[in-house]
Design a protein around this ligand. Structure first.
Ligand code: ZN
Length: 168
């Protein structure tokens, strides 16, 4: 199967129409099809669009960030947290590992702190306004690296290295 690189702009809104996230207006998001870099439902929507197309892609939780799981909510004591001053809405990484899940404080009750490890967008329908800027076949280097290379951003956030990709 040949893979494409798709560059696109997006604005993500929730059901209430509030903007939750958007791409940098100066530089579209680029991704390699099938690399898992973006959520499944958005990838499905974009795969049916062509360069220059705009449209709305609605992503349900099963193809987005999944459903909320109440077993992902745990109560710990303040002493177990990396900060002393915690308030509702704070985020922590639950462990030293950089891949450790991010948890959010949802309740503070004396010394007890309730933490939610669900993704903040879990259980939500997501509304993406997208504009496809470019769609082109991936080059062999991108396929072997498993991600898109763009001329303006360089690779892996490297900032425009001209001599190919420095990420491997
Ligand atoms: Zn690379």
């Amino acid at each position: 199967m040949s893979q494409n690189v798709i560059e696109f702009h997006y604005t993500l809104k929730n059901k209430a129409g509030e903007v939750l996230d958007q791409s940098n207006p100066e530089s579209p998001l680029a991704y390699l099809e099938g690399s898992g870099a973006i959520i499944e439902g958005l990838e499905e929507g974009l795969s049916q669009m062509s360069a220059g197309d705009t449209g709305e892609v609605i992503v349900r939780p099963e193809k987005g960030y999944g459903f909320r799981d109440e077993s992902q909510i745990n109560t710990v004591s303040k002493a177990q947290l990396p900060a002393e001053d915690v308030k509702v809405g704070d985020f922590f990484q639950a462990g030293a590992d950089q891949h450790a899940p991010v948890v959010q404080v949802i309740e503070v009750n004396g010394d007890d702190v309730k933490l939610d490890a669900n993704h903040p967008l879990a259980g939500q329908d997501l509304f993406f306004d997208v504009k496809v800027v470019e769609k082109r076949p991936a080059n062999p280097e991108e396929v072997s690296h498993g991600h898109a290379h763009t001329s303006d951003s360089g690779c892996c956030g490297g900032g425009g290295n001209s001599g190919g990709c420095g990420c491997h």
